[in-house]
Write a protein that binds this ligand. Structure first.
Ligand SMILES: Nc1ncnc2c1ncn2[C@@H]1O[C@H](COP(=O)(O)OP(=O)(O)OP(=O)(O)O)[C@@H](O)[C@H]1O
Ligand SMILES: [Mg+2]
Length: 229
């Protein structure tokens, strides 16, 4: 099936996007395979968030094709798109990841509510996940009681709770100090290795060493693959 659209988890073919007169993406082609671990680097305003939103079906491109789990996104209705998002994709947004009025446990349960999982099962899965990653002591805390690093780790747990095939993480380390950034990258690496979840992350850090398997630079709307040392 080599070269057939839809054989990858997510595939962008010649995707372009403008906001008014600003052309943000110019003919981007990118394939995310099972178990991939991809970094997209770029300066502020380069279009990283726009690109992740298109990959996660939260935004439509002006032209080009998006294939997701073997389906052409242009031919998928809104209901089905929501289903694909809920069941296959975990998002870690750049801002506002956790709901302040809910505890950590309740925040983790939220995607399962959307997926129609019953309360008992939700609680069990959320607790198991926290326990597995050594974060159980945070279960009953509210987001305001957590450090920035803890908050981002919980956001990752929440992206993971549905057993997604792909996690899209938008600048997951941007608000963290070096030590917490490293912890978070280790956590993502562990998730990628242990669970074979494909991860695409973005960063404004153009030089930081990352545990990713592929590394791209987004510049002037184009994606350039960087050679690994
Ligand atoms: N909804 C929108 N409406 C109009 N312009 C937008 C919209 N979203 C993004 N843009 C513009 O598109 C460009 C790319 O934005 P984007 O948020 O994708 O960049 P980014 O690489 O994520 O930046 P940052 O590192 O600061 O988060 C910017 O010039 C931005 O102003
Ligand atoms: Mg952004």
């Amino acid at each position: 099936m080599s070269g057939v659209p839809g054989e990858s988890l997510i595939e962008l073919l010649n995707v372009s996007k403008s906001y008014g007169p600003t052309q943000v993406l110019r003919g981007i082609t990118l394939k995310v395979h099972e178990g991939d671990f991809i970094a997209i680097r770029g300066k502020s305003g380069a279009g990283k968030t726009t690109l992740l939103k298109i990959m996660g079906l939260l935004e439509k491109p002006d032209s080009g094709e998006v294939w997701i789990f073997g389906r052409n996104a242009n031919k998928v209705g809104d209901d089905e798109m929501s289903k694909i998002r809920v069941h296959y994709i975990g998002f870690i947004f750049q801002f506002f990841n956790l709901i302040p009025s809910l505890t950590v446990l309740e925040n983790l349960e939220l995607p399962l509510v959307l997926a129609g999982v019953n309360r008992r099962e939700r609680r069990k899965r959320a607790l198991e996940l926290l326990e597995h990653f050594g974060l159980k002591s945070l279960a009953d805390k509210f987001p305001a009681m957590l450090s920035g690093g803890e908050r981002q780790r919980v956001a990752i747990m929440r992206a993971l709770i549905n057993n997604p095939r792909v996690i899209l993480a938008d600048e997951p380390t941007s608000s963290l100090d070096d030590e917490n950034s490293e912890l978070l990258m280790k956590l993502l690496e562990k998730i990628n290795e242990e669970r074979n979840v494909a991860i695409v992350l973005t960063t404004t850090d153009l030089y930081e060493e990352l545990p990713t398997k592929r590394d791209y630079m987004l510049r002037e709307g184009c994606l350039i693959e960087r050679q690994r040392k």
